[in-house]
Design a binder for this molecule. Structure first.
Ligand SMILES: Cc1cc2nc3c(=O)[nH]c(=O)nc-3n(C[C@H](O)[C@H](O)[C@H](O)COP(=O)(O)OP(=O)(O)OC[C@H]3O[C@@H](n4cnc5c(N)ncnc54)[C@H](O)[C@@H]3O)c2cc1C
Length: 389
C-alpha cells in the first residue's frame, strides 16, 4: 500500500481525501483544526444568520463517513528529499503527498486594530460582538476593505468578494434595526477598480449596489496602516472607524516558505496544469496554497479548490494505474460567485468567453443559503452529490 498523506482540512484537503478514498486509496488527512470551516457562509455569523457551529463540519464525522485516517496536529515542515512531513508531535513518511494548507495573509502595519473575516475562523465571532456594541450605542462608523500583495502581481489571492458581501449584509442588517442612517458604512481598497477581476459587466454594476446599500467608497489610494479607530492612506487622508474589518491579500504559507519546495515570489507553490508540484513526481498542491496558472483574471476560490482536488486525484490515480488520460485545471478556470447581500444577491460568472452578472433580489440570498446546506449535507452524505458541484 502506498502511504498517501493529505495536508489541510479545508475545502481542498477534504475534497482530495474524499476523492482518493472513493478511488480506492487509503489516505491520512492532517489538519491543525478539528473541523472544516465553510468560509463562504461565515459572512452571516456577524449578522446572526448563522452560528459558528452552523459553519463548521467536524472532521471526525467526515473521517467516519468517508473512511480516511485523521491526525489533528500542526504541520511544521515538509522534506521532499526524505519524503517526510514533520508535525508538532510526530514525523510522517509518505509515498505521495497532497498539500492543501491554504494561504497566509500579507499583514499591514497595525493589522491588530482590524478584524478579518478571512483569517482565523473565530474572528467572525469577534466581529459579531463588535457590531453588537455599535448597535447598542446606536451610532458609529464601520470601515470594511481589502488589500493587495505586491509580491503577487497576478493578484489571484486578492479577496474582495467577502468584503462586498459583508458591507451589503451589514447595511441590510442595520436597515432592519433602523440604524442605517446612524451607523456609517465605508469601503476602502487600494486599487482603482476593486472588483474588476469579476469582469467589466459585473464591475460596472457594483456602483448600483454601493448606492443602494449607502456605502461610502474610498478607493485608488494605497493603505499606509491601520490605527486604533482609523484607516490611514498613503496620501495622509484617513477614515475614522469604530470597527475596522480588513481582508489582507493572500501570501504564501509559512510552512511552504520554509520547506524548500518550488515557490513564486509570494510563496505560492509552483504546480503544472496537472496540479503536480514542479520538479516532484509524487507531490501535488491544491487550493489556495498553489500558484494559479491560466488566464490573468483567475481567482482563488473554493470551487476552484475542488476542481483542483478532482484534477490532482484523477491524474494521480491514472498514473498509478498506468492509464494515459490526464486532466488540466487550466481549462476549468472560471469565476463563479453568488454574491450575497442579505436581502438578495447577484450571480456573477467570468470565463474565457464572457462575463455577466444577474441581479437576484430575494432569491439570490436563498440560493446561497441553499448552497451552504448542500455543501455541508452532501459532504456528510446526508444528501447525494450533484454532478459538477
Ligand atoms: C469569508 C470568505 C468568503 C468566501 N466566499 C467564497 C465564495 O462565495 N465562493 C468561493 O468559491 N470561494 C469563497 N471563498 C474562498 C474559499 O473559501 C477558499 O478559496 C477556500 O477555502 C480554499 O480552500 P483551501 O482548502 O485551499 O484552504 P482553507 O479553506 O484555508 O483550508 C486550509 C486548511 O489547512 C489547515 N492548515 C493550515 N495550516 C496548517 C498547518 N500548519 N498544519 C495543519 N493544518 C493546517 C487549516 O486549518 C485549514 O483546515 C471565501 C473565502 C472567505 C475567507
Amino acid at each position: 500500500m502506498n502511504k498517501i498523506i493529505v495536508l489541510g482540512g479545508g475545502f481542498a484537503g477534504v475534497e482530495t481525501a474524499i476523492r482518493l478514498q472513493k478511488l480506492g486509496h487509503h489516505v491520512t488527512l492532517v489538519s491543525n483544526r478539528d473541523y472544516l470551516f465553510i468560509y463562504p457562509i461565515s459572512i452571516w455569523i456577524p449578522v446572526k444568520k448563522k452560528s459558528f457551529n452552523d459553519v463548521k463540519i467536524d472532521l471526525e464525522k467526515l473521517k467516519k463517513i468517508h473512511g480516511f485516517d485523521l491526525i489533528i496536529d500542526e504541520v511544521k515542515t515538509i522534506d521532499s528529499k526524505t519524503q517526510t512531513v514533520h508535525l508538532k508531535n510526530r514525523v510522517l513518511e509518505y509515498d505521495y503527498l497532497f498539500i492543501a494548507l491554504g494561504m497566509h495573509k500579507k499583514q499591514l502595519k497595525g493589522s491588530q486594530y482590524a478584524h478579518s473575516i478571512c483569517g482565523h475562523p473565530e474572528e467572525s465571532v469577534v466581529i459579531r460582538k463588535e457590531l453588537d456594541k455599535l448597535i447598542a450605542k446606536k451610532t458609529g462608523k464601520i470601515a470594511i476593505g481589502f488589500g493587495v500583495n505586491e509580491d503577487d502581481p497576478s493578484a489571484t489571492a486578492v479577496r474582495g468578494g467577502p468584503a462586498f458581501e459583508l458591507l451589503f449584509n451589514f447595511s441590510y442588517y442595520l436597515r432592519k434595526k433602523g440604524l442605517q442612517d446612524k451607523i456609517e458604512l465605508h469601503f476602502f481598497a487600494p486599487m482603482k477598480e476593486p472588483g474588476r477581476r469579476m469582469g467589466q459587466k459585473p464591475y460596472d454594476k457594483m456602483d448600483l449596489f454601493f448606492k443602494r446599500y449607502k456605502i461610502i467608497k474610498h478607493i485608488g489610494t494605497g493603505i499606509r496602516e491601520i490605527e486604533d479607530k482609523s484607516v490611514v492612506f498613503m496620501d495622509g487622508t484617513r477614515i475614522e472607524s469604530d470597527l475596522t474589518v480588513f481582508i489582507p491579500a493572500g501570501d504564501g504559507h509559512d510552512v511552504i516558505k520554509q520547506s524548500g519546495l518550488p515557490v513564486n515570489k509570494a510563496g505560492f507553490i509552483k504546480i503544472n496544469e496537472l496540479c503536480r508540484v514542479k520538479g516532484l513526481e509524487n507531490v501535488y498542491a491544491v487550493g489556495d496554497i498553489a500558484e494559479l496558472g491560466g488566464p490573468k483574471w483567475a481567482a482563488k476560490q473554493g470551487h476552484i479548490a475542488e476542481v483542483m482536488a478532482d484534477v490532482a486525484t484523477f491524474n494521480f490515480h491514472n498514473k498509478i494505474k498506468g492509464k494515459p488520460k490526464r486532466k488540466s485545471y487550466w481549462e476549468q478556470l472560471h469565476i463563479v460567485c453568488l454574491m450575497d447581500s442579505g436581502d438578495g444577491g447577484a450571480f456573477i460568472v467570468r470565463n474565457r468567453k464572457r462575463d455577466f452578472i444577474i441581479p437576484l433580489p430575494v432569491v439570490g440570498h436563498w440560493m446561497k443559503k441553499g448552497w451552504g446546506f448542500y455543501y455541508k449535507n452532501s459532504k456528510l452524505k446526508k444528501i447525494p452529490r450533484l454532478p459538477g458541484m
